[in-house]
Design a protein. Structure first.
Lengths: 264, 267
């Protein structure tokens, strides 16, 4: 019987991967089909729809807007969140415990609930910025928190901060200098991975982009949403391109992760 | 040094506390005066009650689907090397980010009127008609990201059960199914419940996938909120605030209960 044994876990994993890939396979086949109606498989292949999307100025603009908003929001989020997580870890354990609870914030308070509040507070002074890209930059900052907390916290746990601070203080360095010169370089890999993963999350954001800004400032997701009803071919090309973008970003993040872990 | 956390606390106050306080405040305003009218409307109007019931049903079903398959995948990944596990986690991460508009579109290409799967089933005669723009379509779409998210969260949680424990059980002649039912599952039950609550909240709050797949045709909470703040005919922002608060309460209660339970067990 031994030669008949099947590796059940592997078969199951393979089957799961296949099922999870099915929507993508269907989308991809749709995107390269020249003629496809009423049959299971397309009758001819073409790349013309890729050419037309890649040449579409509206696509370029949407991509640029998404990347720009995500980049500015991430810069702001990094500057605000990373020092706070480090400070809480070393000097303020009570805040640290609260931060650990706040990690589930995006699940506990769905974007659609906060959106209703944002509509209100951004429609009147002192923050009358409703409908501008600035709204997205601000509202994206809290979304970055969980990833930053997990990434920075993992790096901090592996360090002996107390020793570092004592050694530095003996040498006459201020705490701020020790944090910048010694602690920051140690947590930088964790921060980088958090930035990359957050970037993928932010360019996928839809609720705020649609409800708070809408057509004024068309992001990648809004572009996809607008194209969804126009032509099946064009929209499938956009989905495939978007998937490849997310795939590339995720691969970069996991490559960074492997690189950090290999270091002694 | 605690000052370093000041910008973060200000950010929380400005972008989480302020909007939430505003939502709570506005939810008690009806017709320009303080009242419980909005809440009364939601509880008495069958339409809004239905939106909650529909969302609850879809969320509970897809949470169960996500937990079931996520757990099986996580168990299978335990026995494998770092490389395969990492690839699976990367893939699950992409699956979780793929949720929303692109997922809805991909589901349409698969199960829509001219979708690959629909045509395949029709060709084999297994199916007459399949309408993806329905609650069933939403359940399929939600299940996709629920399985991905469950895999992401359950896989690290299972590390709490030592390999030695599993090997000892195997040596004693305990099969994998028996091991997981008698030892494994009770060992991580608390974490699994916490993960299930997150999945449930994730589904209840889903808006992008819903609007992109079924538009406003399926009556769920998030769609009602968006219609009430942006709709031209049915606009009633204060009612939207009250629905948002009720949704928030529905999500918060299980989260807080599970956190209190976790603390009692530790203490």
């Amino acid at each position: 019987m031994k030669q008949l044994r099947i590796d059940t876990p592997k078969v199951f994993l393979g089957l799961m991967v296949f099922v999870m890939l099915l929507p993508l396979i269907a989308t991809f086949m749709n995107s390269v089909a020249s003629e496809w109606s009423g049959t299971v498989l397309p009758s001819g292949l073409t790349g013309q729809y890729y050419a037309s999307v890649l040449a579409d100025p509206r696509f370029h603009a949407a991509l640029l807007r998404s990347v720009a908003v995500a980049a500015v929001a991430l810069a702001l989020a990094t500057a605000i969140i990373v020092p706070a997580v480090v400070a809480a870890h070393i000097y303020w354990p009570a805040l640290d415990r609260w931060m650990a609870r706040l990690v589930i914030l995006p699940y506990a308070i769905p974007a659609i609930v906060l959106m209703v509040g944002y509509l209100r507070i951004f429609s009147a002074p002192p923050l009358q910025i409703g409908g501008t890209p600035l709204v997205l930059v601000l509202t994206y900052v809290p979304l970055c928190f969980p990833m930053f907390y997990i990434g920075v916290k993992n790096s901090l746990r592996s360090l002996d901060i107390a020793d570092m601070l004592n050694a530095g203080r003996l040498l006459g360095a201020s705490d701020l200098a020790i944090l910048r010169r010694v602690v920051l370089p140690c947590i930088l890999p964790g921060v980088t991975i958090a930035i990359v993963l957050n970037f993928a999350g932010l360019i996928s954001e839809f609720v705020y982009a649609k409800m708070l800004v809408g057509g004024n400032f068309e992001t990648l997701q809004m572009y996809m949403f607008a194209q969804r009803s126009l032509s099946g071919r064009i929209s499938s090309v956009i989905v495939v391109l978007y998937f490849m973008l997310i795939l590339a970003i995720t691969l970069i993040a996991f490559w960074l992760l492997t690189k950090t872990e290999r270091r002694p | 040094m605690r000052l370093l956390a000041l910008p973060f606390l200000m950010m929380l106050a400005l972008l989480i506390v302020w909007p939430l306080v505003s939502v709570v405040h506005d939810s008690f305003i009806s017709g320009g005066v303080w009242s419980l009218g909005n809440y009364r409307t939601i509880l008495s109007d069958g339409y809004y009650r239905q939106s909650f019931l529909n969302a609850l049903g879809i969320s509970l079903i897809t949470t169960a689907v996500g937990m079931f398959f996520g757990f099986l995948v996580a168990v299978c990944l335990r026995g494998h090397s770092g490389g395969l596990r990492r690839a699976a986690m990367a893939f699950a991460n992409i699956g979780a980010n793929f949720a929303g508009v692109p997922l809805a579109m991909a589901i349409i290409f698969l199960f829509g009127l001219n979708g690959m799967f629909t045509l395949m089933l029709k060709a084999t005669g297994l199916l007459e008609e399949f309408n993806v723009y329905s609650v069933t379509g939403l359940i399929i779409a939600y299940s996709y990201f629920q399985v991905a998210l469950a895999t992401l969260l359950i896989t690290p949680a299972l590390d709490a059960i030592g390999r030695e424990l599993e090997e000892a059980a195997m040596l004693m002649g305990t099969g994998p199914a028996r091991f997981w039912l008698r030892i494994g599952l009770p060992g991580v039950a608390r974490q699994l419940i916490a993960i299930a609550i997150l999945l449930f909240a994730n589904a209840m709050g889903t808006y992008a996938t819903t609007i992109a797949l079924t538009g406003t045709s399926v009556n769920v909470v998030t769609i009602r909120i968006s219609e009430l703040v942006s709709g031209d005919i049915f606009s009633d922002p204060n009612l939207a605030n009250a629905i948002a608060i009720l949704l928030f309460v529905v999500l918060l209660v299980p989260i807080i209960v599970s956190q209190i339970a976790a603390r009692e067990k530790q203490g």
